[in-house]
Design a protein around this ligand. Structure first.
Ligand code: RIB
Length: 309
């Protein structure tokens, strides 16, 4: 069996999604229209997004010894993700994420990390063979920083490209995480946490990216929602606009972008970064037009063929 080209070391959360007219105020009770349960967690989402585009992927993660955890492993199998590095713990429940989505498709998310916090550097070491042989390692901020950093350092040791999506933003992020990131990817609000620069415009994003670059990563991507995304290195700034769509549910759109970027880096490395960003924005724009997180991610068969040339 061919070894995975994209390895994700990250989180698994069961998303408990309530659709409501608007986000409630503190202390307020409001009625929702609909409820659904789905597979989420930034790590799992990015892995499945890449797999749906045709990437050979592996997930390194922890789930609880419960029905959510068992369903999660089956869902990875159904998406052709290698599950041989997913551990099951009796010490915590599978991560969950209660989510509220309003009529404009905006969301509020709470993450209860549970088993994700059982990810350790030794679990990462057990996956060294997969990490060593892959083309792109993807990490996020929903498991222990110890495990994330171990994964990034391991990838560096083996000359594997690292794509770090520092979400959710942790102001106490170990500076070594940024230094070990080939691409450090954040959205506007996360960029603000790490740089103290309010990111409202592309110019603000360029300023924030410069500060992030000075912290030691090789390149920065700042996703800007409806304003597209910015890619920055010490010598270039590339802004790509977003596709104009009417969003139904933006939950996991950033993860669709990161998963697509991992796919393009691994399978179409000859493309320019601008082209990879445009194509990844396209995948993310499709994901916001359907409800749910992974349930909204497109497969290769449902996408235009120009995205795969
Ligand atoms: O980025 C969206 C994800 O954030 C959701 O799937 C939820 O589980 C949280 O991790």
């Amino acid at each position: 069996m061919a070894s995975p080209k994209v390895v994700v070391v990250g989180s698994c959360n069961t998303d408990l999604i309530s659709y409501t007219p608007r986000l409630p105020k503190p202390g307020e009770t409001i009625n929702g229209h609909r409820f659904s349960i789905g597979f989420g967690g930034k790590g799992a989402n990015q892995c499945v997004a890449a797999a749906r585009l045709g990437a050979k992927t592996a997930m390194v993660a922890m789930v609880g010894n419960d029905s959510f955890g068992r369903d999660f492993i089956q869902n990875f199998r159904d998406n052709d993700v290698d599950v041989s590095h997913i551990g099951v713990t009796n010490e915590a429940a599978t991560g969950v994420a209660p989510i509220i989505v309003n009529d404009e498709g905006e969301n509020s998310i709470i993450v209860v990390q549970g088993a994700n916090l059982k990810m350790t550097s030794s679990k990462v070491e057990e996956a060294e063979e997969a990490i060593e042989k892959c083309s792109v390692l993807v990490c996020q901020g929903e498991i222990t920083m110890e495990a994330t950093l171990a994964a990034l350092k391991m990838a560096r040791k083996h000359n594997v490209k690292t794509l770090m999506n520092a979400a959710p933003a942790d102001a106490g992020l170990d500076p070594a995480v940024i230094k070990n990131s080939d691409i450090f990817c954040v959205n506007e609000s996360e960029a603000e946490v790490f740089t103290k620069v309010g990111v409202k415009t592309v110019q603000d994003a360029q300023h924030a990216a410069k500060i992030l670059l000075s912290k030691g990563c090789s390149s920065v991507i700042i996703t800007l929602g409806a304003a597209g995304a910015l890619y920055s290195t010490s010598s270039e700034n590339i802004h790509v606009p977003a596709y104009e769509v009417t969003p139904v549910d933006t939950t996991g759109a950033g993860d669709a972008f990161v998963g697509a970027m991992a796919y393009y880096l691994a399978y179409h490395p000859q493309l320019t970064m601008e082209e990879m960003m445009q194509r990844s924005c396209k995948v993310a724009s499709i994901s916001v037009q359907a409800p749910g997180t992974q349930s909204s991610y497109p497969t290769k068969e449902n996408l235009p063929s120009y995205l795969f040339i």
